[in-house]
Design a protein around this ligand. Structure first.
Ligand code: 16G
Ligand code: ZN
Length: 530
């Protein structure tokens, strides 16, 4: 306790700020996060003690947000997001006004959560390329030191690599061993599976990758070296040391939100060529191509879900496992209506609230659960029953055997801990190679409805309460009825309003059959909210 007290004095909480552990952990301006980092260091160690010394992950990143932002989130032992109940504790500890208040809050928490302080504490941590990262890492390390945690620095790497590491460390030496617990082990695992999956397929054309001037450039380059000639990665927006470049006019969020090509790729991407954008910590991925008239076409998370799910269903059939393995889809309200219609006609589908933890948990209920947010974050989960079935299934024809092997290799290629832009990118390249699809053919699976997302700054976002997987407002009273009344007047109209979990704004989404109508509906609903 003395060490905590002394070190905490070096990381005072700024007095006029309230911190909140939201959808993406703590996230705000990097230069006010010092005290939060110290306290998260202590909290991560407590979480580890609570879980009998299992390794907890800590990632310092603000993902697709502007360069001056930063953030931190905790990763649970199986590589998943921190258990929801602890988000509240994290928020409480971060907001204790003084060292005394912090120490008191810790004491109380240790008692109520029944944490045995004599247990070991183990953590692994990493950061993205943000300039505020090193100072925040130092504060975090102070937190580890204060409580005597055994801490392993994973350096500068992507969020999905950190999630992978957590799972690899915690499964080491067990029969569920996830892989070698290093970035190199991760790259090896992915590239080996990829090479097996595309063996014998025609050569894959080079792929343009927009690295958002972030950490994806570093790990992407290493991945490229592992892939060699199997898939040539043409890395762009790799200026990780240029001030202000991170996520600026590039990256997955820019492409998804503005629905256009990053200007920096204008002279790079050729008509017909595939390109993709990562976000600042490489856990989101958006594809695109230019048609022969040079027109931009976006292939977002919904298109990825459709492509991948159809492929996996085909493989389970070809492997002779139809009826034995059920493939299901999880989406959020942001999923394009076109994709929902297409997928619902083919597969079981569920809509859940925004945020990885909701999608991930819902996907765990299927034998193979495919989840992608429209923003490009997603992955595929194979239940342990399914994994066992795949390894014990006896194929009765050579064709079945091939399909079965593909499925097994997919379980290795896919980062099942969290959405992973690089792993997803390889997955997409596998499907395109197997189906001999160009961007155009992939795009033609279904037609996107025109849509618009706007954010509205409101005095009190907490008065906005939703139900039905965020598709309806229950508060403020009467507002949903007004939205319904508006939506009715638009052909193919759909709109919903929800408070953001990462920013102090309310988001309004609208879609309609015609572009101008989608825009108009979005702005009129925004007008109701304001
Ligand atoms: C974060 C989440 C994403 C979610 C978004 C919602 C991760 C890796 N990503 O980016 O899943 O869609 O937040 O933000 O946790 P919002 O609540 O501000 O709309
Ligand atoms: Zn991200």
């Amino acid at each position: 306790v003395d060490a905590i007290r002394t070190l905490s004095e070096q990381h005072p909480k700024p007095s006029n700020v309230h911190f909140q552990y939201g959808t993406a952990g703590f996230r705000t301006l990097g230069n006010i996060l010092d005290s939060v980092m110290f306290r998260v260091g202590v909290l991560a160690a407590l979480r580890s003690k609570r879980l009998d010394g299992k390794t907890i992950g800590v990632m310092i990143t603000a993902s697709h947000n502007p360069e001056q932002d930063n953030g931190v989130k905790l990763v649970d032992p199986r590589g998943e997001m921190l258990e929801a109940a602890w988000e509240v504790h994290a928020t409480n500890l971060a907001n204790a006004a003084t060292t005394d208040a912090f120490v008191d809050a810790l004491d109380a928490f240790v008692k109520t959560a029944k944490i045995d302080l004599s247990k070991p504490a183990r953590v692994v941590y990493a950061r993205d390329t943000r300039p505020s990262g090193p100072a925040l890492i130092a504060a975090l390390e102070h937190g580890f030191k204060a409580i005597g945690a055994e801490a392993r620095n994973a350096g500068v790497t992507t969020t999905p690599v950190l999630h992978y590491l957590v799972k690899a460390i915690n499964t080491k030496g067990t029969k569920e061993e996830y892989g070698v617990d290093s970035e190199e082990g991760y790259l090896q695992k992915l590239s080996t599976a990829f090479k097996k999956l595309v063996a014998g397929k025609p050569a894959i054309p080079p792929l343009v990758i927009d690295c958002a001037n972030g950490v994806g450039a570093i790990v992407g380059e290493k991945l490229g070296a592992h892939l060699g000639d199997t898939l040539k990665l043409l890395l762009h927006n790799t200026a990780i040391d240029t001030a202000g470049a991170l996520n600026h006019a590039c990256g997955a969020d820019f492409v998804k939100t503005s629905q256009r090509l990053p200007p920096s790729l204008a002279s790079v991407l050729q008509p017909g060529q595939r390109g993709c954008s990562l976000d600042g910590d490489a856990d989101r991925l958006i594809y695109y191509y230019l048609d022969d008239r040079g027109q931009f076409h976006m292939l977002d998370g919904d298109k990825i879900a459709a492509l991948v799910a159809a492929f996996i269903v085909e493989l389970t059939k070809s492997a002779g496992l139809e009826g034995e393995i059920q493939v299901g889809i999880v989406q959020t309200a942001y999923a394009n209506g076109g994709s929902t219609k297409y997928l619902a006609e083919r597969l079981p589908i569920k809509c859940v609230s925004t945020g990885v933890k909701h999608l991930h948990h819902a996907a765990e209920h299927y034998d193979i659960g495919v989840y992608f947010e429209a923003n490009g974050h997603g992955t595929v989960l194979f239940s342990s029953d399914t994994t066992n079935k795949l390894s014990s299934h006896q194929p009765s024809t050579p064709a079945q055997s091939t399909a079965l092997n593909h499925l097994i290799n997919l379980t290795q290629l896919i980062n099942q801990t969290v959405g992973d832009a690089l792993s997803d990118m390889l997955l997409i390249e596998v499907v395109l190679a197997h189906k001999s699809y160009s961007g155009l053919e992939w795009d033609s699976l279904y037609v996107d409805l025109p849509n618009r997302l706007v954010k509205v700054v409101v005095p009190e976002r907490n008065i906005f309460k939703t139900a039905d997987a965020e598709r309806r407002l229950t508060s403020p009273p009467g507002l949903q009825a007004k939205i319904d009344e508006l939506v009715h007047r638009y052909e193919g109209g759909r709109s919903f309003v929800r408070p953001s979990g990462t920013e102090d704004v309310v988001r309004v989404y609208a879609e309609a059959t015609v572009r101008s109508q989608a825009d108009e509906l979005a702005f009129r609903v925004a007008g109701l909210v304001y």
